[in-house]
Design a protein around this ligand. Structure first.
Ligand code: FE2
Ligand code: FE2
Length: 344
């Protein structure tokens, strides 16, 4: 593996496991477990940080700390874990947006778009309906996770702990604390629809659309797929997919029944994630992906992110076997997905 040209682009999600990091955010509503990769330490310097985690608990995710802001735009993606029903979230969420602390609720797979400087959270899990919980991932357009916390319920001890993290050599998040603080209570929250458009139900990609782009789905592909483009995301330089894969086989062919090898004018990250909340390091499948014009083959048998810098040829992707349906999301760092097919 060491001698392979593209091995450095294949990143097990477990490289982001940091003992002690969970102490900063451990609250009932927050993730039971999550992994958070960032461009600075894990993703070849991309202006991206993303998380992946499993959630079963009720309540506020960061009590007393919110609202918060980032210097970069962020997409917050809530998805379910039923591979037979992609449209089922299995949870009821309450979410505040804007300095008005405007309250919204939703219970379908959705993405919340918070552009740089837009106040967001608290995020409160009101109900979990799927016995195994739901999943959530952040897609943030900054190489280094940075948050300014604006809640008035942060203790001095919390501030000290988070400043310690921020001053470490590779902080998983650089936290700062705003002078202006907000108090969150039923009296200070507001009930309007000024920010309602920032919560967007995930959109299914019609199969016909995939075929129109000459990406012909194969048996290894997801039956149904959410795909949100920059136009769906307030103009973010981001488009992403989400789906479950259950069967072995080729994921897709390109035009003329080519094997699907292609490249993009934008950077892309392919995330292969498991769906077993009891083991975030279990994928339950074995998949091969070819990298480069030389078709250098890599095997994916645990949760992995594959970084595809712009211009680098990749694919086909072939699922070799599936023990448990797994999840896949593509993070494409452009408003619109653009592809050039290779012929072979
Ligand atoms: Fe955020
Ligand atoms: Fe691609």
């Amino acid at each position: 593996m060491e001698n392979k040209k593209y091995a450095h682009l294949v990143k097990p999600l477990s490289i982001a496991a940091m003992p002690g990091s969970e102490r900063a955010f451990r609250n009932t509503g927050n993730a039971d477990i999550n992994l958070w990769l960032n461009g600075r330490d894990h993703l070849e310097g991309l202006e991206l940080n993303f998380s992946w985690g499993f959630y079963t608990g009720l309540g506020d995710w960061h009590p007393g700390m919110d609202p918060h802001v980032h210097p970069y735009p962020e997409a917050l993606v809530f998805v379910g874990l039923d591979p037979d029903n992609i449209e089922y979230l299995g949870a009821e969420m309450q979410y505040c947006l804007g300095k008005e602390l405007e309250v919204h609720t939703f219970d379908k797979p959705s993405v919340i778009v918070a552009k740089g400087g837009v106040l967001h959270c608290p995020s409160v899990t009101k109900e979990v309906l799927n016995p195994i919980g739901y999943s959530f991932f952040i897609l943030s357009l900054g190489a280094e996770p940075r948050t300014t916390w604006m809640g008035d319920g942060i203790s001095e001890e919390q501030i000290r702990r988070m400043q310690e993290i921020a001053s470490s050599s590779k902080p998983f998040m650089v936290s700062t604390f705003s002078k202006k603080r907000y108090h969150v209570s039923p009296e200070t929250m507001t009930y309007s629809d000024k920010h309602a458009h920032l919560i967007k139900p995930l959109k299914l990609l019609p199969r016909a659309a995939a075929e129109k782009d000459m990406m012909i789905p194969g048996p290894g592909n997801a039956d149904r797929l959410f795909w949100m483009t920059g136009n769906d995301l307030e103009g973010m330089e981001l488009n992403f997919t989400w789906g479950f894969h259950k069967r072995p086989g080729l994921w897709h062919r390109g035009p003329g029944k080519s094997d699907g090898a292609h490249f993009h004018p934008h950077d892309e990250v392919l995330v292969f994630a498991g769906t077993d909340p009891s083991d975030i390091n279990y994928l339950g499948a074995e998949i091969s992906i070819d990298m480069g014009e030389e078709h250098e083959r890599h095997i994916i048998d645990k949760p992995i992110a594959v970084v595809i810098p712009k211009g680098v040829v990749h694919n086909p992707i072939i699922t070799r076997y599936v023990d448990r349906p797994f999840a896949f999301f593509m993070i494409s760092l452009a408003r619109d997905y653009e592809v050039t097919w290779c012929s072979r």
